[in-house]
Design a protein around this ligand. Sequence first.
Ligand code: KG4
Ligand code: ZN
Length: 342
Amino acid sequence: ARPPLILGLESSCDDTAAALVRGREVLSNVVMGQAELHATFGGVVPEIAARAHAEKLDLAVQAALREAQVKLADIDAVAVTAGPGLIGGVLSGVMCAKGIAAGARKPLIGVNHLAGHALTARLTDGLPYPYLMLLISGGHCQYLIARGPGEFRRLGGTIDDAPGEAFDKTARLLGLPQPGGPSVEAAARSGDPSRFSFPRPLLDRPGCDLSFSGLKTALLRERDKLVDRQGGLTETDRADLCAGFQAAIRDVLTEKTRRALALYAEEEPELPAFAIAGGVAANTAIRTELETLCASKDIRFTAPPLSLCTDNAAMIAYAGGELFAQGACDDMGLAARPRWPL
Ligand code: KG4
Ligand code: ZN
């Protein structure tokens, strides 16, 4: 039988997204970003995000249907991010999905945003369960063993900031545009990572918990020293600061991944597979280093294409499809949850 055709909706942060997915086939994947709306505030403003989602969701759905040449009547279910995230945005998505489900008489499936990221490796590469995954985004950082669409075990994670948050704050401190990840990565390309020495937090502690808030403080200190001495920052200073900062994050993620892989191997010695997901997985320096680590250990490595690393609805539709195949279904009581650990 053909896999079910799923309409997915995503609105938990600052991207309004809708997609149509059948099994592993992405028929359309519409993402309407809100970067310009939040640009002058230096971060996502929840109230502005919620209003924009409410205004744009219907348009995103319409565009996704048109692009896939599909009618609402043809879909098998509606999957929607029901958390975790900014509650106003999640509510907008859940309300929209309920309206569609009721109007078109289709089953409704609430999806955990983190599960969407976590299953992206299956959507893009058909990675079989189980596998170890590292979710690194603007709001999250954790090592998970994935055993099913609703079956995850957490091995460790950040004790303070997420790495994407650290990239965003670094960009703000250096006057680079948001989102910070891509602009810091671009600046780092011409920089000297050894000019400034940044800490490698928690490497002295066992396990695979991480910490990123100290890095930001270290960066602030180096910036202020330069500003005091020369009255501002040169392009070279910025590039060197970004390169040093990015190298520190890369080193910490690599060493903690080495440890997480060892923990995973104790549970699943036969099936070594590692996947990364989330916006920070778009970073080439980090990706390359993790790929090299896996290659040296003969571990299958999967990283989604850049467009599926950051927030999108294809991953929500895909995860919804897996849950649907297992018989999952929600009713009109589906709640929007600001917090929802996997
Ligand atoms: O997964 P995502 O789109 O949203 C969340 O669920 O958080 O991740 C967004 C985060 C932002 O913090 C952004 O700065 C970061 O991913 N990011 C990057 C890169 N591209 C996006 N961080 C480092 N390098 C990149 N190339
Ligand atoms: Zn995300």
